[in-house]
Design a protein around this ligand. Structure first.
Ligand code: PMP
Length: 351
């Protein structure tokens, strides 16, 4: 007899991470090329010498600082091992079997179907529009009495499109109040569109909406693994219950706290990246590529069947991009010289 693992794990898609290739420029994982914010580095180095101690299991200080920042009490904030862990915790806390449905746009963040399958729940996908944006009307129509969680990713990974405040409010008002809506705002800090919502404003008066953010992207702490959720106390309490003890490590807690103190540095960085994003997008449009409108730190080229060929051409020019075969290519915005190298590769591409 051999050990018995869950038969349904066969349906679990694999998470494909962006590759690091020695000697090549990595524009594949939506990281920032600038590293942690300058004001954070010394704190991280000091915290590294204390790793023989367990971290604060309750992530107390960071939770307090976040609660203060968003004007809520600490029972409405949870910190996790990256926001992907918090997404998983919510699905884990709400879904219990295949009759439970998790609804999300597609294409969107590739962890959503994985998280759903791990919980034994059923994924339900709604295609993005021809403009690569979330189709909220179709998503609303796809909600059933079994929908436990809806992921709304804005800006959407990998297409970069952002929702506008009015349409999102209309959607939230139409979702049944026993369905949890996760506003996945991993790229919030890069948004420059004045009509885009701040998810935190949409939480007020709603008992089923959670905003998720991360220190992985704009703050430059992807390797530290720390993100946070703000939402109704009942949901936050449930997701804390399904958290693995000590999952937010001490370096992550120290780095996130120091990052929140470096807001001026963050603003400068995000403004630079947004400017570069718009420059790269215009450059690609000038070269004749179709490029989705992006409000994140990446751009999406819906290349369809030629995605792999474009990927290979970029690789031959020592630029690593993230390719979704048969669909498109996502290119992270790096430093100006890295973006120039990518644009040069794009210019020399012949389909
Ligand atoms: N949400 C979205 C939309 C993402 O793209 C990512 C990272 N790729 C995450 C959540 C998770 O980020 P992390 O776990 O590093 O906080």
């Amino acid at each position: 007899m051999s050990v018995r693992t869950r038969a349904d794990l066969d349906q679990l898609p694999a998470y494909v991470a962006g590759k690091s290739v020695p000697g090549a420029i990595k524009l594949a994982s939506n990281e920032v090329s600038g590293g942690p914010l300058p004001g954070v580095r010394e704190t991280v180095a000091t915290a590294a010498c204390e790793v023989h101690r367990y971290p604060d299991i309750a992530v107390g200080r960071l939770t307090e600082v976040l609660a203060e920042r968003f004007g809520v009490d600490t029972g409405r904030v949870a910190v996790g091992c990256g926001s992907v862990a918090l997404c998983q915790q919510i699905v884990q806390a709400t879904c219990n079997g295949p009759e439970d449905e998790v609804l999300f746009p597609w294409r969107s963040f590739e962890a959503y179907p994985i998280i759903t399958r791990i919980a034994g729940a059923t994924p339900v996908t709604v295609p993005v529009t021809d403009a690569h944006a979330l189709d909220l009307e179709a998503m609303r129509a796809a909600i059933t009495p079994n929908t436990r969680v809806v992921f709304v990713c804005t800006p959407n990974n990998p297409t970069g499109t952002v929702l506008h405040r009015a349409e999102l409010e209309r959607f939230l008002d139409a979702v049944p109040t026993d369905t949890v809506v996760i506003l996945d705002e991993a790229y919030f800090e890069f948004v420059t569109d004045p009509d885009a919502p701040d998810g935190m404003d949409l939480l007020r008066g709603r008992d089923n909406v959670v905003s998720m953010r991360t220190f992985s992207k704009a703050y430059g702490l992807a390797g530290a693994r720390v993100g946070y959720a703000v939402g109704p106390a009942k949901i936050i309490e449930a997701l804390r219950k399904v958290c693995i003890p000590f999952s937010v490590n001490a370096l992550a807690q120290a780095a996130a706290l120091a990052s929140l103190d470096a807001e001026d540095e963050l603003k400068v960085r995000c403004a630079e990246i947004a400017e570069e994003r718009d420059r790269v997008r215009s450059g690609l449009l000038d070269l004749g590529f179709e490029v989705a409108e992006s409000q994140a730190n990446f751009v999406w080229l819906p290349l369809g069947d030629t995605a792999q060929a474009f990927n290979d051409h970029c690789m031959a020019n020592k630029v690593v991009v993230r390719t979704f075969a048969g669909d498109g290519v996502r290119v992270t915005i790096g430093k100006p010289d890295e973006n120039d190298a990518f644009l040069a590769a794009a210019k020399s591409y012949r389909p």
